[in-house]
Design a protein. Structure first.
Length: 381
């Protein structure tokens, strides 16, 4: 057969199914999961080497930081994919923005101190109508992004515009020392600031219906976030425009709806950690492990996971305190307890049963089911 008689080759779009834009969020989610999985195992192995004495803590510090940075980037990729897929169902609630921002600042303070930074805030009272989980993520992403780029204390201010009287949050920081540029005040594009976390911040604001602006000079950057649905003194939203309903699941939504969700597991026993990992490995989750409540608290200070799973043996006052601290920031944050025996599956139902419980003897069945229900409420599944 002559080459001219051969049937035409299918286009790349036809063979991959990526011609539809809805497929790309799925690709990003799965790519992030494939990256984050090995990194989580590397972090676990690194910790094992330190615990066994085969690697000194100071030798592991740089490796641990590199692994954590890469894992954070993978998580940001998956969060970005989830937002762009348009699958989230938002619950608009009245939130005290000043109080929540203060709590996020307190949680981020240890991370900023490790980088030799601090955040200085001037906060005036403001209440807004937004989805609480998305707002929490927005504030964390803002401080995480700024904290990785700032070269001096971060300046935050919360107030109101003159008109329309919307709540307005500003974040200003120095990204380049003034003595390193010819004209520090001149307008200057700063592509180094356009990181993956900045893209996540942009998409989160877009999903929430917020206005996000950024202006850069050669040395400083200023981010302004405007909240159209600000509550006035009469307890009503200032904006007359109601939030548009988000589109339902697209045809190209991932077959693994929990892929990319972050789960912190508090479990001091290595063999039990392996059981948890094997039970949920098909879900595409990002797993982190803490051997104690103190380790879990340190992890949460750097940013909350989507849920916490813990072994029943760590129950006690310290866990109760950690849970109270988290629920004060995110009222619907889910916790799942793994019972040492049995095959129970109890999902949470509010005040009467605030914590989901699963039995270890059927962990491969009960834990994925509990995660699907508890995370589904938060992620819009």
């Amino acid at each position: 057969m002559h080459l001219s008689d051969a049937p035409p080759l299918p286009s790349p779009a036809a063979t991959t199914g990526l011609s539809d834009s809805t497929a790309w969020p799925r690709v990003l989610t799965e790519a992030g999961a494939e990256i984050a999985g090995p990194l989580s195992r590397a972090a676990d192995r690194l910790e094992a080497l330190v615990q066994s004495g085969r690697l000194e803590p100071h030798e592991a510090a740089a490796l641990r930081e590199a692994v954590e940075d890469a894992r954070a980037a993978a998580m940001a990729t998956q969060q970005l994919a989830r937002l762009t897929a348009g699958r989230l169902r938002q619950s608009h609630e009245r939130i005290d923005l000043c109080t929540l921002l203060g709590e996020v600042l307190q949680q981020q303070a240890p991370v900023l101190r490790q980088r030799g930074l601090a955040a200085r805030a001037s906060l005036k009272p403001a209440e807004v109508l937004v989805d609480p989980s998305l707002l929490f993520g927005l504030l964390h992403t803002l401080l995480d992004w700024a904290g990785r780029l700032a070269r001096a204390p971060i300046q935050l201010a919360l107030g109101h515009q003159a008109w329309p009287p919307h709540a307005q949050l500003t974040c200003r920081f120095v990204h380049c020392p003034p003595d390193q540029v010819a004209d520090p005040a001149a307008a200057h594009p700063a592509p180094a600031l356009d990181t993956l976390r900045w893209r996540l911040l942009q998409q989160t604001a877009r999903t929430m219906g917020l206005r996000l602006d950024r202006s850069d000079s050669a040395t400083q950057t200023l981010v302004t976030i405007e909240f159209p649905r600000t509550v006035n003194e009469a307890g009503e939203g200032v904006s007359a425009q109601e939030a548009e309903p988000l589109p339902g699941p697209a045809a190209g939504t991932p077959s693994r709806p929990l892929a990319g969700a972050s789960v912190l597991v508090i479990e001091p026993r290595r063999e039990r950690r392996t059981q948890v990992r094997e039970a949920v490995q098909h879900l595409g989750l990002i797993l982190d492990f803490a051997g104690s409540i103190e380790e879990a608290r340190d992890f949460c200070h750097g940013g909350l996971p989507h849920t916490i799973v813990y072994a029943a043996l760590v129950r006690g006052l310290r866990l109760d305190i950690l849970r109270s601290e988290i629920l004060a920031s995110v009222a619907d944050f889910p916790f799942i307890e793994i019972e040492e025996q049995g095959s129970v599956l109890e999902i949470s139902d509010g005040a009467t049963r605030p914590i989901a419980r699963v039995g270890r003897e059927a962990l491969g069945r009960t834990l994925p089911a509990a995660l699907a229900y508890e995370l589904g409420k938060r992620l819009g599944g």
